[in-house]
Ligand binder design. Structure first.
Ligand code: FCB
Length: 496
């Protein structure tokens, strides 16, 4: 691995802990500055204040039939960690390891969705959602990650999918949202090439089990986050800090994606499938050529590593060169792997949270206000930039936005309401950027807020609240936040 990579990884590890202030940096360009001026500083919007108005004063209509939705994932909401034959996942192990999560929080109970799914589906219907994106828990289907599927696990998701259809909501199912069966981790996890094949078998079991009731499948949620948070920085399961292992894992996750696409095709089901990638627009932090070069390489690691391999059948040459021929990843790539990874997909799921700014020496700096999540800079223009860039660089592949949102310090008021004006402003500004991208030719089908419900935010436990719906954890009572009421009106109006 090159010196540059090693330096970059160490630096990122440090940066992930402390977000540096970007004050005093030169402006990135007129477009960015103009777009950002409408963005509120995270959740600092005055309580009770009105969200930012669209500066043009025009109503923004979305294409008819646009898929307004919300997203969740299994470990973050289900709870019922030991019920109906569910096995353990790496997140059970990780969250139960002292010091790994804030306050020692775990997903044992989470939002208790496993028991409250019917009530939650009613909430979705009341909101008018047209699409609901959720994930299947691998250890509910195969406790140890292999073998005959557990019917009780499949039945839970069947009930969910049927309940969605009954309420006129289209299910969008993610096969893997990070909860790898612990038994597979014990066999090397994603460092072991065989895990990719185990994933394809599991995917096939889910395809067979849920059959033609699911029109859209997503393979792997944010492979990059597993690579970076799980293996570079170690603050997600399985908690490793090993750059060489991290990119080996990236290759096996990509391979697993491709094998699952092929497994779906082999079933003959008339369903669509694609990857779910969190994309970060990478900008130079100043006008130097060094900053431009750093932003380009960073873009390779953040975006092209995943996009190029799936959509063009090749890993980016600059990233492979930076990793070096002796890296575990480069050595692991076998003939035919890229053809599997590039098996044609039907759509691309994009998740957007934040931009990244690179200085000439490869450091990342913070330019815009951050949310409660210190890694998240609030920059709606980044949404426009990443959507239009994908369409420009990869052609008119249909896109769904499967995550976008922010955490706010939401509290339940004495009057029983939750006034999250900052979230409304964030969603309004990002949807305005989305609308511009659609107007400029991005073939976008749907948009999902992260998240439907407050939930277990991984290493942050229950401290960060990302939901449209407030969860009062001691009672598990659900309360629609003001943003949920606002979003319901957006859906009714099919626009802003
Ligand atoms: C994404 C994850 C999702 C949630 C949001 C805040 O990276 O996919 O589970 O944690 O961030």
């Amino acid at each position: 691995m090159s010196i540059l990579t090693r330096r970059r990884l160490l630096r990122r590890a440090a940066l992930s802990a402390t977000a540096t202030a970007g004050a005093g940096l030169p402006a990135v360009g007129a477009a960015g500055v103009a777009a950002a001026s409408g963005a509120l500083a995270g959740c600092d919007a005055p309580k009770g204040g009105e969200p930012t108005a669209d500066p043009s004063g025009e109503r923004l209509r979305f294409p008819s039939g646009f898929g307004w939705g919300a997203a969740t994932s299994a470990y973050q909401i289900e709870g019922a960690a030991k019920e109906d034959g569910r096995g353990e996942s790496v997140w059970d192990t990780f969250s139960h390891t002292p010091g790994r999560t804030r306050n020692g929080d775990t997903g044992d109970v989470a939002a208790d969705h496993y028991h409250r799914w019917a009530e939650d589906l009613d909430l979705m219907r009341d909101l008018g959602l047209r699409s609901y994106r959720f994930s299947v828990s691998w250890p509910r289907i195969q406790a140890d990650g292999t073998g005959k599927p557990n019917q009780r696990g499949l039945d839970f998701y069947k009930r969910l999918v049927d309940g969605l259809h009954e309420r006129g909501i289209t299910p969008m199912v993610t096969l893997f949202h990070w909860d790898l069966p612990q038994a597979l981790q014990d066999d090397g996890g994603w460092e072991n090439r065989d895990t990719a094949h185990r994933f394809a078998d599991y995917a096939d079991a889910v395809f067979q089990g849920l059959g033609d009731q699911v029109p859209v499948w997503l393979t792997i949620n944010e492979p990059k986050t597993v690579v970076q948070n799980g293996y570079l920085w170690g603050h997600h399961a399985p908690g490793r800090q090993d750059a060489d292992a991290a990119y080996l894992v990236a290759h096996h996750l990509q391979l697993a994606h491709g094998l699952a696409v092929r497994a779906l095709r082999a079933t003959g089901l008339d369903a669509r499938i694609g990857p779910a990638l969190n994309l970060h627009p990478c900008y130079p932090a100043d006008d130097s050529t060094a900053a431009a070069a750093a932003a380009t390489l960073h873009d390779g690691y953040e975006n092209r590593l995943y996009l190029d391999s799936i959509l063009t059948g090749a890993y980016p040459a600059d990233v492979l060169a930076d990793l070096g021929p002796d890296s575990r990843m480069v050595r692991a790539i076998r003939d035919g792997d890229l053809a599997v990874i590039a098996s044609p997909v039907d759509l691309l799921a994009v998740q957007y949270y934040t931009p990244l700014y690179l200085t000439g020496n490869g450091n990342t700096v913070t330019r815009w206000p951050t949310s409660e999540a210190d890694w998240q800079q609030i920059y709606p223009q980044g949404m426009y930039d990443i959507l239009t860039r994908v369409t420009r660089d990869y052609g008119p592949i249909p896109i769904t936005i499967t995550e976008n949102g922010l955490p706010c310090p939401d509290t339940l008021g004495a009057d029983g309401t939750v006034d999250d004006a900052g979230r409304i402003a964030f969603l309004r500004d990002h949807l305005t950027a989305v609308h511009r991208a659609v107007a400029d030719g991005v073939p976008l089908e749907s948009y999902h807020v992260w998240s439907l419900l407050d939930n277990f935010e991984w290493a942050e436990g229950y401290d960060q609240r990302w939901g449209l719906v407030y969860v009062d954890y001691p009672t598990q009572r659900r309360v629609l936040k003001r943003s949920a009421h606002w979003y319901r009106q957006v859906i009714r109006d099919n626009g802003l």
